[in-house]
Write a protein that binds this ligand. Sequence first.
Ligand SMILES: Nc1ncnc2c1ncn2[C@@H]1O[C@H](COP(=O)(O)OP(=O)(O)O)[C@@H](O)[C@H]1O
Ligand SMILES: [Mg+2]
Length: 243
Amino acid sequence: MNDSKRVEKNDIVLRVENIVKNFQNGDSIVKAVNGISFSLRQGEMLAVMGSSGSGKSTMLNICGALEEPDSGRIYLNGVYEENYSKEPYATEIRRKNIGFVFQDFNLLWDLSVRENISMPLILAGKREREIKKEVDEVLRQVMLTEKADAAIAELSGGQRQRVAIARAIIARPKILLADEPTGNLDFHTSRDIMELICSLQKRLNQSIIMVTHDPAIASYADRVIYFHDGRRVEGLYENAKSD
Ligand SMILES: Nc1ncnc2c1ncn2[C@@H]1O[C@H](COP(=O)(O)OP(=O)(O)O)[C@@H](O)[C@H]1O
Ligand SMILES: [Mg+2]
């Protein structure tokens, strides 16, 4: 009994509790995130939905130690991380635990596919031979082996996002964070990218938080939570549909 309880607790890779983040906007204060809590389980894909301005990106950036909350607690693998968002600790947290995928790909335009994907391993100080081996493996996983030496400019939108996904997972992060990963892609390419993300999730038992405002994209997730005006709400979209 105790053992099974312990397993359940360890099952949670990330827990955020009562997160608050305000922004000063001229004379007024924007309550971007206003007391949000949730947990992410190992191997789970969690979708965060909500309309524009509801605090999704701010919350995701806080989860990724890119932004510091005004208050609230963050637990990584069950451990309260007081300095989660404080440099230089935040950089370590990101390097060891987090992979990011953004709507606009955030790739380095002047570098090749291989060079872009190598970047996290170069920053981690890995040796050239090891980097080549790992990049070849991840290129296979995202089906871009033939494009290894191509320039980013030569690629389609879907291929660019596959490069970004490869770069995000190459250091085997505990958590993959994706902010509107299909936001710049057409319907069919979006579906291909979601199928890739789902297959990686299963193969790597990857824990994922994905922000989207698109119910069709959210339907790929194991669980969906909803934000409205910086707060969590219950099934906003489900309610809207049945109204
Ligand atoms: N750096 C910032 N400075 C000022 N206001 C911000 C900043 N980032 C976000 N906001 C504001 O916080 C609110 C939530 O933004 P955001 O998290 O980007 O929402 P979403 O991703 O759901 O569209 C919005 O009102 C936005 O204008
Ligand atoms: Mg956003």
